[in-house]
Design a protein around this ligand. Structure first.
Ligand SMILES: Cc1ncc(COP(=O)(O)O)c(C=O)c1O
Ligand SMILES: N[C@@H](CCOP(=O)(O)O)C(=O)O
Length: 466
């Protein structure tokens, strides 16, 4: 499989290089040159497979000859062996048509573990035959950071520098990052928002001298391998609910547009997806973009679903690439306009093409709390604020009555205990795998959201390229 940049002028890479590169050299994001497809029979054949077997079947075409099927299976067994549920991503029924896809059974209690446990192993495998030391830089609103740190702590040939917005992540999220004291883990709290952190990461990639000096790589969903691993659970859930004979809709709490883009790829691969519902909180740029074509950046509002307090959604560029006819030069011009104007208008044609698969909804604080209470009272399920945003959008969606609707439950409720207690009166406890979190020592640096300060901090601690 060959990978092309959304902006059309970076080198075309294979899977191994694309995994290690993270962001493309032209500032774009890598995508497969063509979407691999599965026939109806191949999709039907996924029924009854374990999660690991499904993962191998779905990811093999993307991995190509970078790994043998046996190697890929071994890595998946190691990655998903750390999950606390035998099904890895189990489905829970809420009522006659609503389901939750529980994605929080990994080590750090959020869906990010599904991809990052595998990505950590892929880095290790690909670096084992190279004389390269990787400097991973990342931005987090809480969950990517903890999952990436868990996946990379103590690994040889990798340092990780993770930027989070000071005071804007939950206590559990912060401690999951800052109490990991492995020497290759470096946490930085910046004075700014997640968008500022993400912009700093992209600026460091764009600083070619810095990027070359330290072999930069990414663990955010700008890294293609992240999304690849997330495609798997759409297939896994849908075949359990009757695909390919019965289409399934998914409601996805969305921030950086990575998780829902993985669902889009599943649909492009042939999975019968009735609709992908893009559920945002009041930071609603994606809802505005998909409903009226207004992709314009507003100010970030802090909410009880902080992991989605995002305005500039990295992966929306991947959808825009398809909506621009996969013409990199055309998209590069649009993205340049977006970067200077902070806005981009989707044409009527683009809106109608996107509307074929996507619906969207903006869910405010009251609607979110109501969805948490509904899940509690009607299905005895305590859900987190992000999953509640997905569920509120799912319950409001206009869909044929016979279509099952799966809400992606993206985090364990104990990660956001105050918000859950406020809405439901219940105080979920941390599962055993997170025991002792509040007794451990924390370590992190606090820096201004300025590229000079961040680069200087990293340069003092990272290993330069030989
Ligand atoms: C718990 C949780 N739910 C939903 C999201 C949104 O996912 P995405 O950024 O892939 O849209 C995130 C992070 O972004 C998250 O941490
Ligand atoms: N919610 C995310 C934001 C970063 O998203 P990513 O999927 O691009 O890594 C987080 O928890 O950090």
């Amino acid at each position: 499989m060959r990978y092309v940049s959304t902006r059309g002028s970076a080198p075309i890479l294979g899977f191994e290089d694309v995994t290690l590169a993270g962001l493309a050299a032209d500032g774009g994001l890598y995508l497969p040159e063509i979407w691999p497809t599965l026939t109806r029979d191949e999709i039907a054949g996924l029924a009854g497979l374990s999660y690991v077997e499904t993962a191998v079947a779905i990811m093999a075409p993307f991995v190509g000859d970078a790994l043998s099927r046996t190697e890929l299976k071994l890595l998946c067994e190691a990655a998903y062996g750390r999950f606390s549920h035998a099904a890895v991503t189990p489905l829970t029924q809420l009522d006659h048509r609503h389901w939750l896809l529980e994605l929080f059974h990994g080590p750090t209690l959020a869906f990010k573990d599904v991809a990052l446990q595998l990505l950590g192993l892929l880095f290790e495998r690909f670096l084992s035959s190279r004389d390269t030391h990787l400097t991973v830089i990342g931005a987090t609103s809480g969950d990517t950071g903890s999952a990436a740190i868990d996946a990379l702590a103590g690994r040889a040939k990798v340092d990780i520098f993770m930027l989070h917005p000071q005071g804007r992540v939950s206590d559990v999220q912060r401690r999951q990052m800052t109490t990991v004291l492995a020497p290759n883990v470096h946490n930085i709290a910046i004075d700014g928002s997640f968008d500022d952190a993400q912009a700093l990461v992209k600026a460091m990639f764009a600083d070619r001298a810095f990027a070359g000096r330290f072999s930069l790589s990414a663990v955010n969903s700008i890294n293609w391998a992240r999304l690849m691993a997330q495609i798997v659970y759409y297939f896994y859930a849908a075949v359990r609910l009757g695909a390919p004979d019965r289409p399934v809709a998914f409601s996805v709490p969305t921030g950086n547009f990575g998780d829902v883009f993985a669902g889009y790829v599943a649909a492009r691969m042939g999975l019968p997806v009735a609709k992908l519902i893009v559920a945002t909180n009041v930071n609603d740029i994606l809802h505005r973009a998909l409903s009226v074509g207004d992709y314009s950046v507003g100010t970030v509002t802090a909410t009880a679903a902080p992991s989605m307090d995002i305005q500039v959604s990295s992966n929306f560029e991947r959808l825009l690439f398809d909506l621009h006819g996969r013409e990199g030069a055309r998209l590069a011009a649009s993205m340049q306009g977006f970067e200077s104007e902070r806005k981009l208008a989707l044409t009527a044609d683009m809106l109608s093409e996107a509307g074929g698969i996507f619906a969207s909804a903006r869910v405010d604080a009251d609607e979110m709390a109501l969805a948490m209470r509904w899940a509690c009272q009607n299905a005895n399920e305590v859900i987190d604020p992000h999953s509640a945003i997905g569920l509120a959008a799912a319950r409001a969606a206009a869909l044929p009555a016979d279509v099952p609707v799966v809400t992606l439950a993206t985090a364990h409720p104990a990660k956001f205990v105050e918000a859950v207690e406020r809405a439901t009166g219940k105080r979920p406890g941390l599962p055993a795998r997170a025991a002792g979190l509040f007794e451990r020592e924390e370590r992190y640096a606090r820096l201004p959201a300025e590229i000079g300060a961040i680069e200087a901090y990293i340069a003092e601690r990272a290993t330069p390229t030989a």
